[in-house]
Write a protein that binds this ligand. Structure first.
Ligand SMILES: O=P(O)(O)OC[C@H]1O[C@H](O[C@H]2O[C@H](CO)[C@@H](O)[C@H](O)[C@H]2O)[C@H](O)[C@@H](O)[C@@H]1O
Ligand SMILES: O=c1ccn([C@@H]2O[C@H](COP(=O)(O)OP(=O)(O)O)[C@@H](O)[C@H]2O)c(=O)[nH]1
Length: 494
């Protein structure tokens, strides 16, 4: 087994098993912000990525992706159901997002969570060279730092949580709260998106485990675990370069024509998730159409809603509700050839997204709660001419950084309606001033700055950071490799 000095461990590999429209076997970039953040960062870096390839059955052997070794962890049908769909996405996910949907608790899910985390820890222990740095990602793998330390005390272990870490009142509901905290404390550095999350974690560690903790350091056994906020970001220059490409600019012009050359385009791009506030936004939009504040001929709304976690009940119900509401709004307010909402559920590649970002006069990012939300940052980076208004929820991690956005409380329907109108009617001078400030922020705080700040806190020697390679080419969204004969295609998402 080849070993690496840097190992990233995440539930998902950066590529996901996919069937091409022509029936050929291909692997696409996996959905979601974690992969969007880490994939460009690691390209051409001598590292191993330990993760799941998106189906069930035996682990496929994958080629290196952009020079990064892929080490696949297999999941059975039961693991997928009880670890990924169950404990990760029907217990932890809703609880960590303010319990906007009811978290479910099942003992079988907890058993699967422990078992799958142990499998990830063992796989990581095999591929990490002596003294290697291991960077464990996200809520699916909270036990891995502790399990890995037990197997390989020589490793330097980091853990980063991409989602919010909830306040004690919510976290205390978890039947296995002590084990989850202990698992995370197996790391040398525990990183969060926001300082409030680090504060919540320190409070819980004191209350549940009775350990001495501040918002920066926690003492456990003979070790000190450091904690802190490291807001994740995007490859700003890559998105700018993509948006400035002549073919992307031409595609944006064509898209505007295809939309009927409206005066204004509002865009939203979300995974189909109840945390993203899609229903609240549709309700606000529908009321604005009803009152005549927004007119279909003048303004169009483009809603991209990429299907996600499609076998989890709450996600199925959400999709049905959204589709019924989009149908109702289009039926009531649309005209022949002029729908009020252009609703799209197919996943878009980055060039198409960049073109959409260029078309959007207003980008509406209004989640009820979101760890970060990279779509908001991508929109800002793509506005190479400093135009465009970003309407942003106060409850997205991004809001702590992009304070020049039009900030809104998505639970406040009247406030949301007003904010949409303000963003549509604001003066070009105001949007330009705001956009310039946000773009300057993203130049300073891009994905490399994130990795530098996290990895230099984890590995004080600084050797690791210098190993991250800078590349200027745009990665492909699709990678064609042969599908192993025994591979099943049971899917966990869209
Ligand atoms: O893997 P999935 O179940 O298909 O979900 C996709 C990803 O969703 C979540 O993304 C989070 O990470 C982003 C980057 O830090 C952040 O901007 C966003 O707010 C978070 O929700 C999840 O945390 C990832 O693990 C998933 O891969
Ligand atoms: O059709 C789509 C929709 C979204 N995305 C990407 O998915 C990521 C979503 O990340 P975000 O942090 O906004 O939210 P998450 O889905 O991780 O909760 C962003 O990089 C988007 O560019 C994509 O590639 N194709």
């Amino acid at each position: 087994m080849r070993q690496s000095s840097l190992v990233v461990v995440a539930n998902r590999l950066p590529i996901d098993d996919n069937q091409a429209p022509d029936g050929a076997c291909e692997w696409r970039r996996s959905p979601g912000g974690l992969v969007s953040a880490l994939h460009p960062l690691l390209r051409h870096t001598p590292a191993t990525w330990v993760g799941w390839a998106g189906g069930t059955g035996p682990a496929p052997t994958l080629p290196d992706v952009d020079g990064v070794r892929m080490h696949t962890v297999p999941l059975s049908h039961e693991d997928l159901r009880d670890h990924y769909e169950g404990f990760s996405n029907a217990t932890l996910w809703p609880l960590y997002h303010d319990a906007v949907e009811q978290p479910e608790h099942h003992r079988r899910w907890w058993e699967a969570y422990q078992r799958v985390n142990q499998r990830f820890a063992e796989a990581t222990a095999e591929v990490a060279e002596p003294g290697a740095v291991v960077w464990v990602q996200d809520y699916h793998l909270q036990l891995v730092p502790g399990q890995l330390r037990a197997l390989r005390p020589d490793l330097r272990i980091g853990f980063f949580l991409h989602v919010p870490f909830p306040p004690p009142e919510l976290f205390m509901q978890l039947p296995r709260r002590a084990e989850l905290l202990q698992g995370m404390l197996g790391a040398d550095l525990v990183g969060f998106q926001r300082a409030q999350a680090a504060h919540n974690f320190a409070q819980l560690v004191t209350r549940v485990l009775e350990l001495p903790a501040t918002d920066r350091r926690i003492g456990i056994d003979d070790r000190v675990v450091r904690i802190g906020a490291f807001p994740v970001s995007i490859d700003t220059t890559e998105m700018e370069a993509l948006a400035a490409r002549p073919d992307v600019a031409a595609r944006a012009r064509r898209l505007r024509q295809d939309l009927g050359d409206p005066r204004q385009v509002i865009l939203s791009v979300d995974r189909m998730d109840y945390t993203k506030g899609i229903e609240q936004r549709l309700k606000a939009y529908s009321e604005l159409l009803a009152s005549g504040d927004v007119k279909v001929r003048d303004t169009v709304l483009v809603q991209v809603a990429m299907p996600s976690r499609e076998r989890v009940g709450q996600y199925q119900i959400l999709r049905e509700r959204i589709e019924r509401e989009v149908g109702r709004i289009n039926g009531e307010y649309g005209r022949v050839g002029e729908p009020a909402i252009h609703y799209l559920t197919q996943p878009f590649d980055r060039a198409e997204l960049a073109a959409l970002y260029r078309v959007a006069d207003v980008m509406a990012v209004t989640p009820l709660r979101d760890g970060m939300n990279l779509v908001a940052k991508e929109y800002v980076a793509a506005r190479v001419d400093d135009t465009g208004a970003l309407l942003l929820s106060e409850f997205a991690g991004t809001a702590a950084e992009l304070s020049q956005a039009y900030l809104v409380n998505p639970h406040d329907l009247e406030g949301l309606k007003q904010a949409i109108c303000t963003a549509l009617r604001t003066s070009p001078a105001d949007t330009t001033e705001r956009m310039r400030a946000m773009r300057a922020h993203l130049h300073q705080h891009d994905i490399r700055a994130w990795a530098r700040s996290y990895l230099s806190a984890l590995d004080e020697s600084g050797a690791l950071v210098s190993r991250l390679t800078r590349t200027d080419d745009t990665p492909d969204d699709t990678i064609r490799v042969p599908r192993p004969a025994d591979r099943t295609t049971e899917r966990a998402t869209g």
